[in-house]
Design a protein around this ligand. Structure first.
Ligand SMILES: [Zn+2]
Length: 388
């Protein structure tokens, strides 16, 4: 009555959950408090630097990553930095003795350093790159093992150049190519236990990895898996769901295709979800599919998604807190509800709808009753292939 008096339509209000109220920590998807999420809440956030994901990797020893971080962050006490602090000094690069000292010169552009860079590129038979990310990307078409060894190699070159500069400045030790190269090779071979990637089945990979002291690594072999799309049993409705986000998080969409035991398409749905993570989009797609089943009085359903994590969340009843009320209000309305994971090779119709949804404004739905002419759907009589 009070709500009606002040002009609020009570029908438009969300239905309260039948479950007891629970306390939710909104910073985690599970709703449970974690120290990491609270630290993330109170710490200062700065824009991410483009090289951060390249520096911290399991194949790189943290001590090496830390030194590289210092170099890239401009946190090394080079003459130009000291001068900026108001200290007057005569500055000269200890390697070439031609230019004033600054970190970019020491690591990348000094002719002494360039000689070391040429050597390491030749050792890996790679084309010469100029800066950190460009050099790292030179090994992107190589095997995982070579690419990991390359990351270690270039980071140890950077750090060894910096150490050589320090030895020259503070101990008066003259830098030599031979010493730096030996230390770089030693650093690469001692990282051997951290390099877990596989190599290509080629002599080039074997010779290279042996030469740099890492040795042979297992060879990746591909196999073909056969996949089929199965129609549901009689009286069961199959709901194939997919969520897609362009970026993680990014503009996301949900796609659902509902089919019966004759494989006929009952409905298709594409919905814009706004900015969210891949996982949230997958969960939202499954919920949308289940809600469609409630509205259309389907009591026996088989929900399929290519997201293992989302299927597991529903199977274990561990739904992210923001979707829990919606889930609680529908979960008991079915006689039979089965969840299963499928490969994306046999879930491509939902995938196409999810991609379409990711281009829609948040909340907008494009749905059809029956099959869309423009949408390719899985054929139960056809075998699909998955390369693993
Ligand atoms: Zn120089």
């Amino acid at each position: 009555m009070i709500l009606q008096k002040i002009g609020i339509d009570t029908n438009s209000l969300p239905i309260p959950s039948e479950e007891f109220d629970t306390r939710v920590w909104s910073l985690t998807t599970s709703g449970s408090f974690t120290v990491a999420s609270s630290l993330d809440l109170i710490r200062d956030h700065f824009p991410k630097v483009p090289w951060s994901k390249w520096v911290w990797k399991a194949c790189i020893h943290p001590r090496l990553s830390y030194q590289v971080w210092k170099i890239l962050n401009g946190s090394c006490a080079t003459d130009d930095i000291i001068k900026k602090c108001g200290v007057q000094l005569a500055s000269r690069c200890v390697f070439c003795e031609c230019q004033e000292e600054e970190i970019d010169h020491i690591i990348w552009t000094c002719r002494f350093s360039m000689e070391i860079w040429d050597w390491i590129h030749n050792l890996f038979h790679l084309q010469r790159g100029q800066d950190f990310i460009e050099i790292l990307k030179k090994a992107s078409s190589q095997s995982e093992a070579v690419s990991q060894a390359w990351s270690v190699a270039i980071m140890s070159v950077m750090v060894e150049l910096w150490y050589a500069r320090n030895r020259a400045v503070y101990d008066g030790t003259k830098p030599t190519y031979a010493k730096i190269k030996a230390r770089v090779l030693n650093c690469i071979s001692s990282s051997s236990c951290r390099i877990k990637g596989m190599m290509f089945n080629s002599t080039n990979d074997l010779v290279l990895l042996t030469n740099i002291g890492i040795g042979a690594r297992p060879v990746k072999s591909f196999s073909i898996k056969y996949c089929r799309w199965f129609p549901p049993p009689t009286h069961v409705t199959k709901i194939c769901c997919d969520g897609a986000a362009r970026g993680n998080p990014g503009q996301a969409g949900a796609g659902i295709i509902i089919r019966d035991h004759n494989s006929s398409t009952l409905a298709t749905i594409a919905m814009g979800l706004g900015n969210c993570s891949n996982f949230t989009a997958e969960v939202a797609a499954i919920l949308l599919g289940i809600e469609w089943a409630v509205e259309n009085h389907k009591v026996n359903i088989w929900v399929v998604s290519d997201s293992m994590a989302a299927i597991k969340a529903f199977k274990d009843n561990k739904i992210p807190w923001f979707a829990r009320n919606r889930w609680n209000s529908v979960k008991n309305l079915f006689q039979q509800m089965k969840f299963s994971h499928s490969f994306r090779e046999v879930n491509f119709a939902a995938d196409a709808l999810a991609k379409q949804g990711s281009f829609l404004p948040s909340g907008q739905i494009i749905s059809s009753n029956g099959r869309l002419e423009t949408l390719a759907i899985e054929n139960p009589d056809q075998t699909y292939y998955r390369l693993i």
